[in-house]
Design a protein around this ligand. Structure first.
Ligand SMILES: *Cc1c(COP(=O)(O)O)cnc(C)c1O
Length: 224
């Protein structure tokens, strides 16, 4: 099966999952996750019209996407991996959406950098729904306070939430928890669901699904 077949299969499955639960398929955006894959592997997807992509490392994205952006208008690039405060300048320069805002130090650095650059990427708060010590994201019980700090202290507009459930657990309670936090904080976007569980995430309200290996194939080296 070609990469284009896999892209089309993923798009069909997303549309079907949305229709099956009475949602308009246009309310779910496919973020194609291209981490670890070189630009030449991304080209066929761009040629086929895919425009929304995710990368989890700032450095890798900086090496790959500026040249692709010159050739293909309308690219929307999402940062889906952890952000270090010393990389916020590059992150604001490189990404249209930053999905991994998870602590005040980052919120403050982003606010300063966005003012400096006059550029406002859309921001999502990452929630560590499983409270895993090794995982990025604000803890669920701290999410409301962090929302308030982002808005009131740093003047940041938050568009949505993102989570990566624990690999060894049912994803649905994590998706439901994320949707609940989004609802009570009044944000519309939910980035949840990956190759193995995006249909379930759509049932539970995902507006962005992050699909990597189901389209790109297996990654040669694992990357969190
Ligand atoms: C790698 C990654 C994905 C894509 O995972 P697949 O299982 O390959 O679809 C989604 N979200 C995040 C945060 C990732 O790091």
């Amino acid at each position: 099966m070609s990469i284009i077949d896999r892209l089309n299969n993923a798009k069909d499955a997303i549309a079907r999952a949305a229709s099956d639960c009475g949602r308009d398929p246009a309310t779910v955006t496919l973020v194609c996750v291209t981490k670890t894959f070189p630009a030449e592997d991304v080209l066929p997807l761009l040629d086929a019209g895919q425009r929304v992509f995710g990368e989890n490392r700032v450095q890798e994205a900086m090496g790959k996407w500026p040249a692709l952006r010159e050739k293909f208008p309308g690219i929307e690039l999402h940062l889906i991996g952890p952000l270090q405060s010393n990389k916020t300048k590059e992150a604001v320069e490189t990404f249209d959406v930053i999905q991994s805002v998870d602590r005040e130090k980052i919120a403050q650095a982003l606010a300063e950098e966005m003012t400096k650059q006059g550029k406002r990427p859309r921001l999502f708060i990452q929630v560590n729904t499983g409270a895993e010590p090794q995982k990025a994201g604000v803890l669920p019980q701290d999410a409301d306070a962090f929302f308030a700090a982002c808005r009131d202290k740093y003047g940041l507009e938050i568009s949505g939430l993102m989570c990566v459930p624990p690999v060894d657990e049912q994803a649905s309670p994590h998706f439901a928890l994320l949707a609940d936090i989004a609802r009570r904080n009044g944000v519309p976007e939910l980035s949840m669901g990956m190759s193995s569980d995006f249909e379930l995430a759509i049932q539970l309200g995902a507006t962005y699904v992050r699909v990597g290996s189901a389209i790109m194939g297996a990654r040669e080296y694992p990357q969190a």
